[in-house]
Design a binder for this molecule. Structure first.
Ligand code: IVH
Length: 670
């Protein structure tokens, strides 16, 4: 079922003063939204305000004496110096299944399409003989800003030169993928600027600055095309085929499963639901779905209103961002010893749940934003991910003191290591507490069902202080551990079946190979590779504990510093290791007695090998007597990869080292 938004206030303003003040606020927000990318209020709050303005105008038309308030209600931005040959339209918004059905009914049985509504900026680009001659933003729909030079700096999907000497115009959305947004934001901070608030804001900021000092990768997808070889009286799908032929990605095909025609409200609703379900995992940002008639004949029959077509509507998903008040910031130490900040906020409804806690980036970000307790903030929750505070919203209230992070770790009272953005605590007691989750992770002992919330709960309940304590736990001990909260604020308990699964997982972990036990100890500066090297070189915990720093440092790529950490770590965990041995964990390399066909050989695996993870493929090579390395050298027997253009592949070619395809290697290993 299409989600319903919680009830919103669409009441008419009480008087002219309140109305004018609301118009001012909406205008200010719209300017910020389109022109600087700054967040003054959340999209949901803006939409609600615009709805109230529209409702007020409907009830009191005389209030709209300047004739501009309708534009505000439609979310208009300032225009620019490029006049659009035909208006760049906006879309009417709908939110309920009834509205979907009503729209589908107007199509009279004609086909429509459901596609993603990308959350970026509308842009149009003119080409003459295959060369980009003009790119302009939507602006107020009639005129927009010239961004030709910026687009020529590079927007994926909107090339400066096409392979074909095509003349025509494409319209669409310029946006940032999630990854590009993170990169652009980091680049801007590195260049001395502020982090971007959201990806649409980042596009608005980046595409306007001609001489920006930071890289900001952007992407284009089209939803309209006119020009050579484009059938203006055919279907949208046929036009999008032509666009793709020319090299422009089509918005309607970004999620291939919904790229077909729909005829009934049920089909449309199913497509909307499918896009909604994918929303949190998409690599591009969306703020809704667009439902549009496919055939030009249908579009002509339905026609246009002044700013919006009757042949298309935008379905808005319930907002995944809401605004609320920051009440406290709790500082905790995460499983890797890194600082983690948790915002305590006034309860707020977002993406279908009530949220009272949210994560925050890092202390530096908080300081840059000047965040203060009592400030209004935007909280973002996509799908099932942990809610996150993304930005302060609106004006900073006077008299609030910016929040300052504590100088010491709240768990042990020692000063932070501030050498990276996510400060760390390295003390032994904290490390021991955070070590549980690492021990249980896939990289190490791979204990089924024992995730972060279980490990946190075990520590908080005082049931375990180190990894050895896990093996003394019983189902009864852990079945009632609190591991989460319900939407209503109640406690979620682990439960017996999960508890049984974890205890079974711990039992099964006793069969894991020795290298994983070494890795699982979580010694500083070591990971699964070091675990495997140590296991391969020393074969048993007894031999490993007896090894000197120099002996360990002799292992290729190990070095004295890591070796010293290994020796120190083993001493610090001496009791834990003894107890683990007592519980039956594997404390030596178990030789399966099988043949060692790879003895003396060294393989470098780049990319994935079918049927193996990165860890298990290395383990298998070693079980067969070979060694696994990460860099190609003259000693390499063969490189396993499907690529031909990577640095490793080139180096292998230079050195004359054979390359084996991953499938073939999988076959060899079996
Ligand atoms: S069709 C007739 N399709 O949404 C108007 N618009 O409120 C043509 N948008 O500014 C719009 N994704 O930039 C259409 N797949 C899509 C879209 C899309 C994003 C934007 C568009 C416009 C706004 C309409």
């Amino acid at each position: 079922m299409v989600n319903r938004s919680p009830e919103i206030d669409v009441s008419v303003f009480a008087d002219r003063t309140a109305f004018d003040e609301a118009v001012q606020r909406a205008r200010h927000a719209a300017t910020a939204y389109y022109d600087t990318g700054d967040a003054v209020m959340t999209d949901a709050d803006y939409d609600a305000l615009a709805d109230r303005i529209a409702a007020s105008i409907a009830a009191r038309p005389e209030w709209d004496d300047q004739g501009v308030t309708t534009a505000v209600a439609a979310g208009a931005s300032a225009g620019g110096d490029v006049r659009h040959p035909t208006a760049m339209l906006s879309l009417d918004k709908i939110k309920t299944p009834e509205e979907v059905a009503a729209f589908v009914a107007t199509l009279g049985g004609d086909a429509c399409l459901v596609e993603v509504k990308l959350d970026g900026l509308a842009i149009r680009a003119e080409y003459v003989d295959g060369r980009l001659v003009l790119a302009a933003l939507r602006g107020d729909g009639t005129t927009g800003e010239d961004v030709t030079a910026q687009v020529r700096r590079g927007v994926a999907g909107l090339p400066s030169e096409l392979a074909t000497p095509w003349t025509g115009e494409v319209r669409g959305e310029v946006y940032m993928t999630v990854e590009d947004f993170e990169a652009a934001s980091a680049n801007r901070v590195a260049a001395g600027g502020k982090a971007f608030v959201n990806s649409r804001g980042a596009v608005a900021g980046a595409i306007r600055s001609i001489d920006r000092a930071y890289a900001a990768p952007m992407t284009f997808a089209t939803y309209e095309i006119v020009g050579d070889g484009v059938d203006a009286s055919g279907t949208h799908l046929a036009r999008m085929d032509r666009a793709e032929e020319l090299g422009f990605p089509a918005a309607c095909r970004l999620i291939p499963e919904v790229a077909g025609e729909c005829f009934t409200a049920e089909q449309v609703t199913a497509a909307i639901d499918l896009i909604g379900a994918r929303r949190s995992t998409l690599v591009f940002p969306i703020d809704g779905a667009v439902i549009k008639a496919d055939a030009e004949a249908t579009r002509r029959r339905l026609g246009l209103a002044s700013r919006t077509p009757y042949w298309a509507v935008a379905f808005k998903y319930p907002p995944d961002t809401a605004s609320t008040v920051l009440r406290d910031i709790e500082v905790r130490v995460g499983r890797t010893g890194r600082i983690s900040l948790r915002a305590v906020i006034d309860p707020v409804h977002v993406s279908g749940t009530t949220v009272t806690k949210a994560t925050l980036h890092n202390p530096q970000w908080v300081a840059e934003q000047g965040l203060a307790i009592g400030q209004t903030v935007a909280v973002w929750r996509a799908g099932d991910v942990i809610p996150r505070v993304t930005s302060p919203i609106g004006e900073q209230p006077h008299g609030l003191t910016p929040w300052v992070a504590p100088e010491v770790c709240p768990q042990c009272g020692e000063p932070w290591d501030k050498s990276s953005l996510l400060w760390r605590c390295h003390t032994a007691s904290c490390a021991a507490a955070n070590a549980l989750a690492y021990w249980c992770s896939r990289e190490a002992l791979d204990v089924d069902g024992a995730g972060d919330s279980f490990c946190d709960a075990v520590i908080e309940a005082g049931l375990a202080r180190n990894v050895a304590d896990l093996y003394a736990l019983t189902v009864d001990d852990i079945a009632e551990l609190p591991v989460g909260k319900t939407t209503a604020g109640g406690t979620v308990m682990l439960g017996r079946s999960n508890a049984e699964r974890i205890i079974a997982g711990l039992e099964a972990s006793k069969q894991q190979p020795f290298n994983r036990v070494v890795t699982g100890l979580g010694i500083r500066m070591t990971g699964r590779s070091v675990g495997r090297w140590l296991a391969a070189r020393f074969k048993s915990m007894t031999a490993l504990r007896a090894a000197t720093v120099e002996e360990i440092a002799e292992i290729d790529k190990m070095g004295l510093i890591k070796a010293q950490h290994v020796v120190d770590g083993l001493v610090a965990m001496s009791d834990v290791i003894d107890r683990l041995a007592g519980y039956g964990l594997t404390m030596e390399v178990v030789d399966d007695g099988g043949a060692k066909p790879l003895a003396g050989q060294t393989y470098v695996v780049s990319g994935s090998v079918p049927g193996y993870t990165r860890t298990t493929v290395s383990e298998r090579i070693e079980a067969l007597g070979g060694s696994a390395s990460s860099s190609v050298s003259a000693k390499t027997t063969a490189l396993v990869t499907a690529e031909t253009t990577t640095a490793k592949a080139k180096k292998a070619a230079q050195l004359g080292i054979p390359v084996i395809a991953p499938e073939e290697f999988a076959h060899m290993l079996s």
